[in-house]
Design a protein around this ligand. Structure first.
Ligand SMILES: [Zn+2]
Length: 198
């Protein structure tokens, strides 16, 4: 189960000494506040999506969002709108998204590195190298080929006689007794074609 939802936090509050309260009309009692709402996954803030702004009176405890302000309170509305525009969501409201982007970048880098390593192994086969191979497609089964001899552009291999249904058969199948006694040959070109076909 993925736990997600929304939350918010206070960002800033400024005093508004020049403004009078729309309810009790006392001057110098208003403060203007901006909050930031954000979406979270497992309580890690992912991305901010709204900035509610509120005017509050210290004297009569009245509070108004932009929509709730009476029409004649134009000065308060303008000041509140200006403060909202000038207020950014705190950086940590983006922290989940930053983590996801870093993970994606790391994944790209790691898979690029694996591909380079695989290409290097296939370009210079050595006795004892083991290749993971996908068995006839649809079954989604994987097995191993082991290099037993190399000669020029030709590689002599023995096939593992077992297959398992995940892409990491090395741990379970790499037992000398599980390999065929009969070897067969492939060219390095064959190997590269096999790699390109996945
Ligand atoms: Zn008031």
């Amino acid at each position: 189960m993925i736990i997600y939802g929304t939350n918010g936090s206070h960002v800033r509050t400024v005093a508004a000494p020049a403004l009078a309260c729309p309810a009790c009309a006392n001057p110098g009692q208003l403060s203007l506040s901006v909050f930031s709402r954000y979406a979270h996954i497992y309580w890690v803030p992912l991305v901010p999506y709204a900035k509610p702004a509120v005017a509050q009176c210290l004297h009569c405890k009245g509070a108004w969002t932009l929509k709730e302000l009476p029409p004649e309170a134009t000065n308060i509305r303008e000041d509140l709108q200006t403060l909202k525009k000038q207020t950014m969501a705190p950086w940590w409201h983006w922290s989940g998204l930053v983590v996801l982007l870093l993970l994606a970048a790391w994944g790209l880098w790691a898979s690029g590195r694996d591909q380079k390593e695989n290409a290097a192994y296939l370009a210079a086969p050595q006795v004892g190298d083991i290749y993971t191979v996908r068995e006839n497609d649809s079954a989604g089964e994987y097995s191993l080929l082991k290099v037993v001899r190399t000669q020029g552009n030709t590689v002599e291999l023995v096939a593992n006689e077992y297959a398992i249904d995940n892409a990491h058969p090395l741990d379970k199948l790499n037992d000398p007794a599980k390999y065929s006694k009969e070897s067969f040959s492939l060219s390095q070109l064959d190997l590269r074609v096999m790699q390109q076909k996945g």
